[in-house]
Write a protein that binds this ligand. Sequence first.
Ligand code: ZNH
Length: 168
Amino acid sequence: SLTKAERTIILSMWGKISTQADAIGTEALERLFASFPQTKTYFPHFELRAGSAHLRAHGAKVVAALGDAVRSLDDVAGALSRLSELHAYILRVDPVNFKVGGGGGPQGPQGPQAPPALTQALPPAQLLSHCLLVTLASHFPADLTADAHAAWDKFLSLVSCVLTEKYR
Ligand code: ZNH
């Protein structure tokens, strides 16, 4: 669980994040779908164009859920238990739709290609956490010190863990 210092960082930055929660959620999703297109397979029913109404509505919901977790740092699992149930079903997607991205191999049509980035192989919850972290860094560069980076990384892993723990 989070140390007292980590909680202090999360709580104080949350004050700023919450004033632009929707924009942050939307940007994180735009980054997710642009950098890790395989994650789009979870949203076949969404219009995923940057800035679409679907993206903005979903971005707002995701960040609102993070707010629930921030308000219950002692019991993140309890705060997100309904959402965790929901994700146990949502995130059950055919793994065929989720193979490691990139076309990397030793020999492409244009000669040798770089292998897929390591992050391409991470589970979707970690990819979203990564995109949220990058979004925070770009909105609050001065706040995202090394300690704050580490605290958010830990908090977001905790949230992802809770959301995937009921996933079989
Ligand atoms: Zn999720 C949904 C949050 C991750 C996919 N989500 C959702 C919601 C929320 C969330 C709040 C809404 C619910 C209701 O409506 O009730 N998520 C979240 C969070 C996270 C997540 C916080 C982390 C951080 N998700 C995720 C991932 C994925 C997902 C990773 C994949 C990729 N979700 C999802 C889906 C859905 C959701 C698909 C459904 C959508 C619609 O609307 O349809």
